[in-house]
Design a protein around this ligand. Structure first.
Ligand code: ADP
Ligand code: ZN
Length: 431
């Protein structure tokens, strides 16, 4: 059995892959003439399909931003008539008003193919039974994963979000081998197993597909250990369909971004200029296969970098590093730039730390400061004040080492911090 879902596309030599991108980009620019938003822009700038000869010509065009999508809400960016569309999805609205994307039947088919290819790259096969623990509403992690799993031929269990007891019952009853689960919920599920004395080794699960929210390598390892699975990172955003944009293969060395379907750029978020290869910047994506609502040079706000070199799996599509967070996630405290992921990285590397934490930003009357509330695993939440005090000091010192100033660290009992359904809310601004 091939290790590739689509061997020709996945291992296409770079020169051919880039030629394919240029050809598709030309077609895209022609098609975008049907979108009032883009048509006006192209006219004003004197651009058209004839302006595209190489990938570098993409930079002649302007960026599309979340604000453009919000201003054009809901139908303003369509490139086909509404009658041709069969599906509408929205973003989770993590950073404000949700944006919507419409899909034609052809778009849905392409997306299912990309998703099937992604799952296959992570080692999922048609003999697997996949349980999807994402909400099945407007959120793309529901139907997006679902269609891909079915396309691959997996028996698919549309469990939906929440109700951990039922999720685990399904896993045992149906012999579920693959779960799609966001990392914060995976950790929550692990603590549920622990609390109820269920040995993760007795679960039939072998793979967890985790994504949709930033998480660190330490969190992945924790999920793998506590659920006794291999966990693979999955990246996507509703503006680019949803999951299936970039996915880890079994080597777990970054996520292959499917370059036959997207053109990826990494830019300096301040200047908009391309970053030198391998350096962190904002990911900008262009859809190559979408008919209903294609987007040109969409600024994702997500910070990542291209991983240099080739992957051992033989796929030629470049890999992106795990997403550090959104450009807007950066906190400036005491003049220092801090990303929440730096804090998570430290916390998840400490064995006594549980799965949940909250970063509070507050003002002490003079300046802004950080307080990190950390859950401690129940077997470590001992009565021994000295042991707790020393744990707190250890966490504080490690955090200081990473973020270069000393945050307040408060230890709290296991399962005492609020859990959100859907993406975790780790930062609370009390200012
Ligand atoms: P919203 O932007 O409202 O959360 P989406 O549901 O479309 O709406 O979520 C997409 C966003 O989720 C991405 O832009 C990114 O910030 C985050 N995301 C998705 N997958 C990952 C991942 N594997 N790692 C880190 N962040 C991710
Ligand atoms: Zn690979």
């Amino acid at each position: 059995m091939s290790i590739y879902y689509n061997p020709i596309i996945e291992t296409m030599p770079r020169a051919e892959l880039e030629a394919l991108q240029v050809r598709k980009l030309k077609e895209l620019i022609a098609h975008l003439g049907n979108s009032r938003f883009y048509a006006e822009q192209f006219k004003e700038m004197g651009l058209g399909p004839e302006s595209v000869h190489s990938l570098a010509d993409l930079r002649k065009f302007r960026f599309t931003t979340k604000k453009h999508l919000r201003d054009a809400y809901p139908y303003g960016l369509l490139a086909v008539s509404k009658d041709e569309c069969v599906r509408l999805h929205a973003s989770s609205g993590t950073t404000g008003m949700a944006t919507v994307i419409l899909h034609t039947q052809e778009d849905i088919d392409h997306w299912a193919d990309l998703m099937a290819r992604s799952l296959y790259a992570a080692g999922v096969r048609r003999s697997d039974i996949l349980q999807n623990t994402s909400g099945y509403g407007m959120f793309t992690g529901g139907l997006g994963i679902h269609y891909g799993s079915e396309r691959l031929g997996c028996l698919t269990v549309p469990a939906g979000a929440g109700n951990t007891e039922r999720q685990i019952k399904f896993m045992f009853d149906f012999g579920v081998t693959v779960a799609h689960i966001i990392p914060s919920y995976a950790l929550y599920m692990a603590s549920y197993l622990e609390k109820h004395g269920i040995d993760p080794k007795t679960l039939p699960l072998r793979i967890a597909v985790i994504g949709a929210e930033p998480h660190t390598e330490e969190t992945r390892r924790k999920v793998e250990k506590l659920l006794d699975v291999k966990a693979y990172n999955s990246y996507g955003l509703s503006e680019m369909n949803g999951p299936g944009v970039a996915f880890e293969c079994v080597h777990q060395t970054g996520m292959h971004l499917w370059e036959d379907a997207y053109i990826a750029e990494i830019i300096d978020p301040e200047t908009g200029e391309p970053m030198p290869d391998g350096e962190v910047g904002e990911l900008v994506l262009t859809t190559l296969d979408r008919r209903g609502m294609p987007l040109l040079r969409y600024r994702t706000r997500d910070l990542t970098r291209f991983i240099p070199g080739q992957c051992a799996c033989g796929r030629t599509h470049r890999r992106i590093d795990r997403v550090l967070g959104r450009a807007d996630d950066m906190l400036i405290i005491k003049g220092v730039n801090v990303y929440p992921m730096q804090i998570e990285q430290v916390l998840m590397s400490i064995e006594e730390v549980g799965e949940n934490y909250v970063i509070e930003i507050y003002n002490d009357g003079i300046m802004d400061d950080l307080r990190v509330k950390v859950e401690v695993m129940s077997n470590h939440f001992v009565e021994d004040m000295r042991a707790l005090r020393s744990l707190q000091q250890r966490i504080t010192a490690k955090l200081k080492n990473e973020i270069l100033f000393t945050p307040k660290v408060e230890l709290v009992q296991h399962n005492s911090l609020p859990v959100s359904e859907g993406k975790a809310k780790r930062v609370v601004d009390l200012r």
